[in-house]
Design a protein around this ligand. Structure first.
Ligand code: ADP
Ligand code: MG
Length: 394
């Protein structure tokens, strides 16, 4: 880890502004999935145990640059208070006099949660003025919001230039796990990629063609590759001409690389995009006219599972099929179960893939589950993460 971490700071008695990723799903004013809140607890506890005054900031949802009562942080504050067994003071401002007074009144170990950072239109603009207002609240800054580190906003980047700035424990853990995977993966290094679009993940695919030994493709993505090979994809979801050209380039690059790019031998085809459609298993490159490929087939699932079992390290992003519908969830489940049982190092990243692993109760069986979908992919692409760059070097 090249950046300072919270462990490099003297935090006792200090006000520490911690950018967390509390962007959690809410329903009727309650937190319905608290994974992201729990992920920030190690840093919050670390600071409180050392007598720091903990000031938390996060965005929540997508407010339209203005306060939105449905997206206030109050339910998050209530939930956090339950998890830590101590009061959490919540205020209705991000910065300004009320926030400054609240910060000034804190005792060591206190926790203050600021209002949704995206209510302030200056947040996404990384406004120097907002960054200065944030810096006035605290003595130190800690970024623990890996999931937001690919955005250069005032709370994730701007304020870091104005205070001693370090990574939180979650951020450190994510950067260590993904950094190790990119720098020295255990071999054979097997990457499983699925999800909807090739064009979203093109740079990630290129990076893995250099790094991985085997690249197993599933999800809708495989049909754009099949089409680029001139195969029959029926009515499967494929990309436009540009996407198909990108896929053809990637197939050429794969052929010239030492990485083996594997497409599914068979797929589950349906006569409609529906959980009660008629289904048949067909060869991956021969989906009948009018039918849609919605999952990898049983042979492909078995092959991918075997390759995962034989891997030194596995990285998985993107479901193998439309796992939201039970008839098309088997490929995703096979990959998740194979990873859970695999002897190698297993890393999962991506919102939907992580949701699938969670639904199967297999989170604990993975070596690393990334909390940041977009951020983890940008990190793998080799793009720098503004929220990390802004922190101080060791
Ligand atoms: P992640 O969030 O893990 O990065 P993506 O967002 O890239 O994954 O893709 C997930 C979406 O891809 C899911 O909603 C899933 O239904 C869809 N998907 C997967 N396979 C197919 C397919 N064969 N046809 C259509 N959609 C698919
Ligand atoms: Mg997704």
């Amino acid at each position: 880890m090249l950046k300072k971490t919270v462990r490099d700071l003297e935090v006792g008695g200090k006000r520490v502004l911690v950018r967390v990723d509390f962007n959690v799903p809410l329903d009727a004013g309650r937190v319905v999935d608290d994974t992201r809140i729990r992920a920030a607890l190690p840093t919050i506890s670390y600071l409180r145990e050392r007598g720091a005054k903990v000031i938390l900031a996060s965005h929540l949802g997508r407010p339209k640059d203005a306060p939105d009562d449905a997206l206030r942080m109050d339910p998050v504050a209530a939930h956090l208070a339950q998890l830590i067994g101590s009061p959490v003071r919540k205020i209705d401002e991000l910065t300004g006099p009320e926030a400054e007074n609240a910060a000034a009144a804190m005792e060591p170990g206190d926790v203050l949660l600021l209002e949704n950072s995206r209510f302030d239109p200056r947040e996404k603009k990384n406004s120097p003025e907002l960054s200065a207002e944030l810096a006035r609240l605290a003595d130190l800054y800690v970024n623990d919001a890996f999931g937001a580190a690919h955005r250069a906003h005032a709370t994730t980047a701007g304020v870091a230039a104005l205070l001693p700035a370090a990574a939180g424990l979650l951020m450190e853990n994510e950067l260590d796990a993904l950094g190790a995977l990119l720098e020295s993966p255990a071999r054979p290094f097997v990457v499983v990629l699925g999800g909807a679009k090739v064009s979203d993940k093109i740079k990630v695919i290129e990076r893995f063609l250099d790094l991985a030994d085997e690249l197993l493709i599933g999800g809708a993505m495989c049909f754009t590759f099949f089409l680029a090979r001139g195969a029959q994809v029926g009515a499967s979801k494929v990309e436009d001409e540009e996407g198909v050209r990108l896929a053809a380039d990637l197939l050429d690059k794969a052929a010239a690389s030492r990485c083996e790019l594997v497409l599914p031998e068979d797929v589950v085809a349906a006569d409609a995009f529906s959980a009660d459609a008629a289904v048949q298993v067909v060869p991956g490159d021969r989906v009948p006219e009018g039918w849609l490929g919605l999952d990898i087939g049983p042979k492909a699932a078995e092959e991918y599972a075997a390759r995962i079992r034989g891997a030194g390290e596995v990285f998985w992003n993107g479901p193998m099929g439309v796992f939201e519908m039970a008839p098309f969830a088997k490929g995703t489940e096979a990959v998740a179960r194979a990873m859970a049982a695999a002897p190698g190092i297993t890393v999962v990243g991506g919102g939907d893939s992580v949701a699938a692993v969670r639904a199967l109760g297999l989170i604990g069986a993975m070596d690393h589950v990334s909390t940041g979908g977009g951020a983890s992919l940008e990190f793998i692409e080799g793009a720098s993460l503004p929220g990390v760059d802004a922190l101080q070097d060791r």
